[in-house]
Design a protein around this ligand. Structure first.
Ligand code: GLV
Length: 310
């Protein structure tokens, strides 16, 4: 039996080696060279893989998505019916995201954009010192990634709030939930960080209305999915000065089209969906563990809950 691997050409070999390092007995086929479809027992795929294609493998008993977000799997036609789907929960992936959130929170908090502008003008000018204890961070989503970012921000002494679908206790974090909770949190948020899963409920959550609830001069950081943000609404809020700046790693569509106004906007930091990238050697053990479990009929880890959408 064999494992079908399907990801960007640049990382295919790394993934192959990482999986073989954990279990040298695996037979790995690199898509599109799947060989006999009946021999494929597991597929390890990233967003570009066509879910309809996976219906070719009659003995598929596991699908692993090579990342944290699984919104791509929820689109029609979705994974083959009856095949369990696991995603990655990986400490290195989480750490990468925490670093990216800290990078941007600190850039905004420490007025780095303003100092860059001053440098461009060769201007030696000290700005009023920011107060960490007054800079309120509101995180949308306190799952694996949001929870870790909250912890790191708390360690730096920022006041941290978090919004979740249902009530959730996270030590040190002021929790909010539901639509009323979202409004209440936004009214007090100086730096908004989006780390939500993209579901029909969270699509477009950052829009003209919700941006309008943020205090004037607030910052927006989106590291989740482009679909969380209504790009034109953010542009309008930036251009009116209501939002001071944004750091964006994700867009709809990706790549961000070359003529998109975000590219040249002086108050937008654009990253090419690279805030946190899965490191195959770190993620491979849980993939192999799931494969062994699937073979033995044991319960799988990191399963996607399709009713919740993540
Ligand atoms: C990347 O965007 C991921 O979902 O892991």
């Amino acid at each position: 039996m064999a494992v079908l691997l399907s990801t960007k050409a640049a990382t295919m070999q790394d993934w192959r080696e990482a999986l073989l390092a954990v279990d040298p007995t695996l037979e790995i086929r690199l898509f599109p060279d799947a060989g006999n479809p009946e021999e494929i027992e597991a597929a390890v795929c990233w967003t570009q893989h066509d879910m309809a294609e996976l219906r070719r493998y009659p003995n598929l008993k596991l699908l692993v998505s090579m990342g944290a977000g699984v919104d791509h799997l929820l689109r029609q036609p979705g994974p083959p019916p009856g095949v369990p789907v696991a995603r990655l929960k990986d400490a290195r992936l989480t750490q990468g995201m925490t670093e990216w959130v800290l990078l941007n929170v600190l850039r905004f908090h420490r007025q780095d954009l303003e100092y860059r502008e001053q440098q461009a003008a060769r201007l030696w000018n000290e700005l009023p010192a920011p107060d960490t204890h007054q800079r309120r961070i509101g995180i949308l989503g306190l799952g694996e990634l949001g929870g870790a970012a909250a912890k790191a921000l708390l360690a730096l002494d920022f006041p941290v709030m978090g919004w979740t679908r249902s009530p959730r206790e996270t030590p040190g974090v002021r929790g909010f939930h539901g639509p009323a909770g979202l409004e209440a949190m936004l009214r007090e948020t100086d730096i908004l960080v989006c780390l939500l899963p993209l579901t029909p409920d969270t699509r477009g959550v950052i829009n003209a209305r919700t941006l309008g609830l943020l205090p004037r001069g607030a910052f927006v950081i989106n590291a989740a999915r482009g679909g969380h943000l209504v790009a034109d609404d953010l542009l309008a809020a930036l251009d009116s000065g209501h939002i001071a700046a944004a750091a964006l790693d994700v867009f709809e569509p990706e790549p961000l089209p070359a003529d998109h106004p975000f590219w040249g906007h002086p108050r937008v930091l654009v990253w090419p969906h690279a805030a946190s990238i899965t490191i195959p050697s770190s993620a491979a053990p849980q993939v192999v563990e799931n494969l062994h479990r699937a073979r033995a009929g044991r319960p799988l880890i990191n399963l996607v809950d399709f009713s919740a959408g993540y």
